[in-house]
Design a protein around this ligand. Structure first.
Ligand SMILES: Nc1ncnc2c1ncn2[C@@H]1O[C@H](COP(=O)(O)OP(=O)(O)OP(=O)(O)O)[C@@H](O)[C@H]1O
Ligand SMILES: [Mg+2]
Length: 334
C-alpha cells in the first residue's frame, strides 16, 4: 500500500514545534568580534549570559526579527490561507513577548510555555566585508518539555512539522509530539535543516526519520548522509526504502527541486524561478510552506512543487527571511 503524504481530509492545520530565537542583525567592526572572542564566520552557541549581555551593550543599530525555521513555515502556511499553530517555550522578557506577538500577527495560533529566563537570541554580526558571525544564546527558547506539548491540538492537525534544529535540546518534546501525531493519523513533516545537526544527532535522527512521512533535504544535508551531487535519486531511494518516508523533497537552490514519492515511482522535477536574489535565508522555509500547502490543497506533486519554488522565490527577493507574503491567485500562477 502506498504511504500517505496528504493529510486526512478536513484536517488542514499545520502544527509546528521548535525553538523560538529572536534574531538581531547588526553591522559591526571586526574589533568587536575580537573583543568577545568570536572567530569571523563562525556559528557560536553560548550559555554564557554575561558574554551576550556584554555584547548587547555594544550594539547600537540592529534589525530585529523573530527566528526559528518551523515557526517561519507555520507563518508561510498561514499566509497561504490555511490554519497553523506553533508550540515552543519563550522567556519572560520583551523578546519573549515579541515572539508571541509575531506569531499572533502572522495568524499562527500560539501554544507557548513561558519560562522564568531570558528568551533566546541569535546575534548575527555583519562585518564590513559582508561576512556573518553568529552568537546564539538559547535560554528559555530551547526549554520545551514533553509535558508542554499540546496533545489535543496535534491530534486534530494535518501535519506536525519540525526540524533538526530541535534535536539539540528539545528532542524529548519533539518525540512526544511525534508520538501524538502517529497515534492520530497526523503526518510528520521534517526538515534536516543543517549538516551540523545531522552530524551531532545520528541516533536521535534515526528514530525521527523512521517516523517521518515528508522529508525536506538540501545538497549539504544529503552530503552529510554520504550522498554527493549526482546521487539525488539514490538519496531519495535510501530515505524512502530505509526509513519508509512517503515523500522526499530534495531542494537544489537555483536548480529547483526534485519531489518524489512511492519509492521513487512518482517523481516531479521542478524548476526554480529566476528572480533578483537579495537574501536566500528563509528559502527552505518558504519552500516547505508552499509544498505542504499544495499537498493539503490536493495539487499533484508537480504543481505542489511549483507553488513551493514560487513561494521560495518571493522570500529570496526580500532582505528579510520572515515569510509575510500572501498569494491570492495560485491557480493563475500554475
Ligand atoms: N538562487 C535562487 N534562485 C531561485 N530560486 C532559489 C534560489 N535559491 C533557492 N531557491 C528556491 O528555494 C528553494 C529552497 O532553497 P534551497 O535549495 O537553498 O533550500 P535550503 O538550503 O533548505 O534553504 P535555506 O538556506 O533557507 O535553509 C529551491 O528549491 C528554489 O526553489
Ligand atoms: Mg534549509
Amino acid at each position: 500500500m502506498e504511504k500517505r503524504y496528504r493529510p486526512v481530509v478536513g484536517r488542514e492545520m499545520l502544527f509546528a514545534l521548535e525553538n523560538t530565537p529572536v534574531d538581531y542583525v547588526s553591522k559591526v567592526d571586526e574589533s568587536l568580534l575580537q573583543k568577545f572572542g568570536l572567530r569571523k564566520g563562525d556559528f557560536n552557541g553560548t550559555s554564557d549570559k554575561d558574554q551576550v549581555l556584554g555584547l548587547e551593550k555594544e550594539l547600537k543599530d540592529f534589525e530585529v526579527e523573530c527566528g526559528g525555521s518551523a515557526a517561519n513555515v507555520a507563518s508561510g502556511y498561514s499566509n497561504l490561507g490555511l490554519p497553523a499553530a506553533f508550540s515552543g517555550s519563550i522567556g519572560n522578557d520583551s523578546n519573549g513577548d515579541l515572539y508571541k506577538k509575531s506569531l499572533i500577527d502572522s495568524n499562527v495560533r500560539p501554544y507557548l510555555s513561558v519560562r522564568d529566563e531570558r528568551n533566546g537570541v541569535c546575534h548575527v554580526l555583519v562585518t564590513p566585508d559582508g561576512e556573518r558571525t553568529f552568537l546564539v544564546y538559547m535560554g528559555a527558547s530551547s526549554d520545551l518539555k514533553p509535558e508542554d506539548v499540546p496533545k489535543e491540538a496535534i491530534a486534530h492537525s494535518g501535519f506536525l512539522h519540525s526540524t533538526a534544529y530541535a534535536l539539540d535540546s528539545i528532542s524529548a518534546a519533539l518525540e512526544k509530539g511525534i508520538e501524538y501525531a502517529k497515534a492520530n493519523n497526523v503526518l510528520v513533516s521534517f526538515d534536516l535543516a543543517s549538516r551540523k545537526s545531522i552530524e551531532r544527532h545520528e541516533k536521535k535522527l534515526d528514530d525521527i526519520l523512521s517516523n517521518t512521512d515528508i522529508l525536506f533535504v538540501n545538497r549539504e544535508e544529503a552530503d552529510a548522509f554520504g550522498f554527493k551531487k549526482g546521487d539525488e535519486l539514490k538519496l531519495i531511494e535510501y530515505m524512502t526504502k530505509h526509513y519508509g518516508i512517503a515523500l522526499v523533497a530534495y531542494k537544489l537552490r537555483e536548480d529547483g527541486a526534485i519531489i518524489s514519492s512511492g519509492h521513487g515511482n512518482k517523481t516531479a522535477m521542478v524548476m526554480s524561478y529566476k528572480v533578483n536574489v537579495i537574501n536566500t535565508n528563509g528559502a527552505g522555509d518558504g519552500f516547505a510552506a508552499g509544498l505542504l500547502y499544495g499537498l493539503t490543497s490536493n495539487y499533484d506533486l508537480f504543481n505542489s512543487g511549483k507553488i513551493a519554488t514560487f513561494y521560495a522565490s518571493r522570500i529570496i527577493m526580500q532582505e528579510s527571511s520572515k515569510i509575510s507574503y500572501k498569494l491570492f491567485d495560485i491557480e493563475g500562477m500554475l
